[in-house]
Design a protein around this ligand. Structure first.
Ligand SMILES: *Cc1c(COP(=O)(O)O)cnc(C)c1O
Length: 365
């Protein structure tokens, strides 16, 4: 049996009518930049995210840079980021001229370890970017308490956490501003690059829009130096067509994860622990094992595709001058493995993955 790591073709087949209609309408209207599709998606996504304002942009990395710039973060500033995340979280900080400072991650939750924050603070620390890694919310109540105590700005990187929540409060609504990616493989994905910034602070949303739209407010009225980072209308129409399915897709991801949680419980692997009331949306389902490389090769041989998120922690990327050891992130990088966890997985595929992993730990290692 073949089990791909993601199956975007299966997803397209399931919603082909809605997608084709959205694309056809956009092509017929020849509104390729801005216009109704973009305005509509921004409204819909603001509502989904639990915020008043959504400023769409070209991708999730731009969203981080735009949010940082809008908050006035730049040269001379330090921003705390988790040591273990996708590179954009830290490179965006460097791109606006500030320094990313790496906070080790929690050994059970894999998100930013709140205990590690205070020793890293100094007069230059301006902000913190928690990442809801793999779809599990970071400990936002604790992070916000520290942020308030030390007067830090909080940017939530929600690129992997569309729809996650803590006690029914959506991730992305705890901090001052949140950023999203709609990269095709994300829980809500476009058919190309796409991203957004969301906030309920009108002045901040206006700043983001100015930055992302060449400093322009109304045609040919340029108020500042900006950049060009737009969500195109085709992608907006596709995202609007997909958004109504997101909740159902998340429920299916959670079903797959539940099978893994139950069936792999007795094996010598570590799984991401979930605090009470935290709702995981399983952008990625990870396990940790000392036998990672052998397990990955064994599963590949059986037709099961897995990935490693991520082989190198950011604190080991020496082009960041703040690079250095972080024990938990360093250890994770050699042990982590991502299993297939998408809505289109069949019962048979999930059972097969579980069976092969059990077989590996019973007979192979
Ligand atoms: C995907 C991702 C991004 C960047 O999004 P792009 O749309 O690929 O630029 C940022 N942060 C995290 C945690 C991500 O997973």
């Amino acid at each position: 049996m073949e089990v791909p790591f993601v199956d975007l073709a299966a997803q397209y087949r399931a919603i082909k009518k809605q997608i084709d209609k959205a694309i056809e309408q956009t092509l017929s209207s020849t509104t390729f930049i801005g216009g109704e599709p973009v305005e509509r998606f921004e409204k819909e996504f603001a509502a989904f995210s639990g915020h008043k304002y959504c400023v769409s942009c070209a991708n999730g990395t731009d969203a981080l840079e735009i949010a940082l710039e809008a908050l006035g973060i730049g040269p001379g500033d330090e921003v705390l980021v988790p040591a273990y995340t996708w590179v954009s979280t830290a490179s965006a900080v460097s791109r606006v001229g500030a320094r990313p400072v790496f906070v080790d991650v929690h050994p059970q939750y894999y998100t930013l370890d709140v205990q590690q924050i205070e020793p890293l603070l100094n007069k230059k620390t301006r902000a913190i970017i928690p990442v809801h890694l793999y779809g599990l919310p970071a400990d936002m109540p604790a992070i916000m308490a520290l942020a308030q105590k030390h007067n830090l700005l909080v940017i939530e990187d929600c690129a992997q956490a569309h729809g996650a929540d803590i006690a029914r409060q959506k991730t992305g609504t705890f901090g001052h501003i949140a950023t999203y990616s709609f990269y095709p493989g994300k829980n809500l994905g476009a058919y190309g690059d796409a991203g957004a910034v969301v906030t309920s602070d009108k002045a901040l949303a206006d700043k983001c829009r100015l930055i992302a739209r060449l400093g322009q407010r109304g045609k040919h009225n340029h108020l500042q130096i900006g950049r060009n980072s737009r969500l195109d209308s085709l992608q907006a129409a596709i995202l609007s067509a997909k958004l109504p399915f997101l909740e159902e897709w998340t429920a299916r991801r959670r079903w797959v994860a539940r099978q893994y949680n139950l069936q792999l419980a007795d094996l010598p692997i570590d799984r991401q622990q979930i605090p009470n009331d935290f709702k995981h949306v399983y952008h990625v389902y990870v396990i940790q094992t000392a036998e990672r490389d052998r397990l990955q090769a064994y599963l590949a041989e059986a037709g099961i595709r897995t990935q490693i998120h991520y082989p190198k922690p950011l604190n080991r990327m020496t082009f960041f001058d703040t690079a250095g050891p972080r024990p938990v992130a360093d250890k994770m990088a050699g042990r982590i493995l991502s299993l297939p966890v998408y809505p289109e997985l069949t019962k048979e595929q999930v059972a097969y993955v579980i069976d092969r992993i059990k077989h590996f730990f019973t007979y192979v290692v």
